[in-house]
Write a protein that binds this ligand. Sequence first.
Ligand SMILES: Cc1cc2nc3c(=O)[nH]c(=O)nc-3n(C[C@H](O)[C@H](O)[C@H](O)COP(=O)(O)OP(=O)(O)OC[C@H]3O[C@@H](n4cnc5c(N)ncnc54)[C@H](O)[C@@H]3O)c2cc1C
Length: 318
Amino acid sequence: MNDTPSAHRPSSSQPPANESECAVDVVIVGGGPSGCGAGISTARYGLETLVFDRGNASLRQCAYLENFLGFPGGIDVPTFYDLMHDHVSSAGGEVIADRVCDVTAIDSGFRVDTDDDRTITAPFVVATSSYDGGYLRGLDDDTELFETHCHDGETHEHFDSEYVREQGRTPIDGLYVAGGLAGHGEQALIAAGHGMTVGRALLEDVRRADGWWDEVAPHYDWRRRTESFQHDFDDTEALHELFDATRLPDDHNIDDSVHERVRATAIELFTNSHIDRDTVDQRIAEGYDRLVAQLDQSQLLERIDDDVIERYVRESDQ
Ligand SMILES: Cc1cc2nc3c(=O)[nH]c(=O)nc-3n(C[C@H](O)[C@H](O)[C@H](O)COP(=O)(O)OP(=O)(O)OC[C@H]3O[C@@H](n4cnc5c(N)ncnc54)[C@H](O)[C@@H]3O)c2cc1C
């Protein structure tokens, strides 16, 4: 369901273990609520996104998740994990069951090493592994990155959430922190929302680095009804006028080529964010398919009225 212009689309697929090196746009460490919230943002925008998920998890300790929005009867944690990970995949990202053990700074951003001998390079890393920040050691002074405290006579060291700035940014260019690790892990929904906030901050930084200005830098991942737009999507001149009237500051000194490039991409994103009734119907069907695929089939059948099943079988036979 990704309508991002081709310039932002991912170009390569999941690296197998032992492949010497692979480059992506974003590596997310942790596939819990915050990591998946961040991953859905960046992948849907078209940044090539890998989510690594293995190791100590907060949510996996929850007996049964009863207060996540949208599940009025609650949901068991393994099914919730399957749904989150499938959502990252449907957004265009990849979830890999592997543990990140080291992140090092390199000229182009970061080199990420995993327990299963994967090596990935990426300009952006989002750390969302609520309890484990040890792989960040060496990126800055230890006294800045970590705090120590005594518990039962033993000294423990933890990533210091005060290292994190607003919207998950950090003093290190390209490094972001979300969810429990950033001090936003009180509830799963809060962590997921923070993850998406951090993903959006990353996208805003990518756009600003590309010349996008205040009025256009934040990205809104919205789906709009085609019929709600009063203009003709094929009338390029009218769309240019509309953009310049609403998104260009009065006394700007934006370079012409930057103006034209940003305008073209922004209009393409805006156009693609509109979907017509047929597409909505198609996506509703695909949404059900995807949801049902993650649910236990026999549990589902048990809950459907026998008469409904009988009628369905009879009509299918006919
Ligand atoms: C006992 C318990 C019960 C809870 N019950 C509820 C509840 O009922 N409702 C509620 O809203 N919240 C509950 N919470 C809180 C909830 O779990 C957190 O708010 C939420 O999980 C935080 O999300 P997160 O993504 O930041 O971290 P996590 O959920 O911890 O996810 C981090 C992910 O990163 C992975 N990981 C860790 N290290 C690495 C590494 N080095 N490389 C790759 N991956 C790594 C882990 O496997 C994990 O999947 C509970 C917490 C606990 C401890």
